[in-house]
Design a protein around this ligand. Structure first.
Ligand SMILES: [Zn+2]
Length: 308
């Protein structure tokens, strides 16, 4: 497992994998995997496909045979993956093993669902990045998700189920992977957290500091984004322990969802080589505006405003 599905190696996801092993004897038509990190959700989905297709699954997949290996690298013929975050342009220019979740691809997929299987297991269709904006393509698939099929099962991935259309959630068997440890603090990044918290409140300091030549490198940027992830996890769990938590606490549920979406975009921008300072500045400005717009923050601003 270490080599094949590294994100779920070790004991952290062991209970979730046991659940998948058990579910495999009577697989739900739609499985929703939430929680964990993005890499853990992805590897758990691959594990599920291995569970349903590995000829030696008894009940755990072997994770060594050719079927398991092909699934792990996205080349198995009864495996298809779609991501709503991939643009149509990217999909046309460079179609990878994960395709864009758009109407054209959904139509093609629906036609494919009628084809016979290549192997002896189940066809597994993975859907991720299904933010609420992908309603049209998701609705086009609803019927397929609804009708029990002897050949095909679907897996939906989302950080939290609330990020999906309620119609999708109600059709799904939900499995929550353990969340990333939200209590672990990165003390080396505390100063940056405090600066970001101050900026979210009053719009000062952070941009000047990040604009200084050499002040932000890839390491600082990705650690600060990680600590923002932990802040959002804590807020969702109703905890509020540091300055950044306090600054973002007034966000309503929609605000927290937006923040976590932008956080994923910021992580991606870093991965694709955007200048770390630019990534942090753009993210900080979005948080600043978001907090200004949050109903709770507006209410408390009104209370403290001097009367004429
Ligand atoms: Zn196998």
């Amino acid at each position: 497992m270490d080599a094949l599905l590294p994100a779920i190696a070790g004991s952290r996801q062991a209970t979730a994998l046991e659940t998948l092993d058990r579910l495999g004897s009577n697989p739900p038509q739609v499985l929703l995997l939430e929680g964990g990190t993005e890499a853990e959700r992805m590897d758990a989905a691959r594990y599920w496909a291995c569970r349903l297709n590995c000829p030696q699954a008894a009940p755990s997949p072997c994770l060594h045979c050719p079927v398991c290996r092909q699934i792990a690298c996205g080349e198995y013929l009864d495996w298809a993956a779609y991501d709503g975050r991939i643009s149509n342009r990217e999909d046309e220019d460079n179609p990878g093993s994960v395709r864009a979740f758009n109407m054209a691809n959904v139509r093609e997929l629906k036609a494919r669902l009628r084809d016979a299987l290549h192997g002896d297991g189940r066809r597994v269709v993975l859907l991720m990045g299904l933010g609420l904006a992908r309603e049209e393509a998701a609705n086009a698939l609803l019927k397929a998700l609804e009708e029990p099929s002897p050949t095909t099962v679907f897996v939906l991935l989302a950080p939290q189920r609330e990020q999906l259309l309620p119609t999708l959630i109600s059709r799904s068997f939900c499995l929550t992977l353990p969340w990333p440890d939200s209590r672990r603090e990165d003390v080396g990044i505390r100063e940056w957290e405090d600066m970001l918290a101050k900026f979210v409140l009053d719009g000062t300091g952070f941009l000047d500091k990040t604009a200084l030549k050499g002040s932000v490198d890839q390491d600082v940027a990705s650690r600060l984004l990680l600590s923002c992830s932990r802040t959002l996890c804590r807020l969702i769990a109703g905890q509020n322990v540091n300055a950044l938590d306090a600054a973002l606490n007034p966000l309503d549920a929609m605000g927290k969802l937006n923040a976590s979406r932008w956080l994923e975009e910021a992580h991606e921008a870093l991965l694709y080589g955007v200048t770390p300072a630019r990534v942090l500045q753009a993210f900080a400005m979005r948080l600043f505006v978001l907090r200004r717009q949050s109903p709770t923050a507006q209410r408390s601003a009104k209370i403290t405003a001097p009367r004429p």
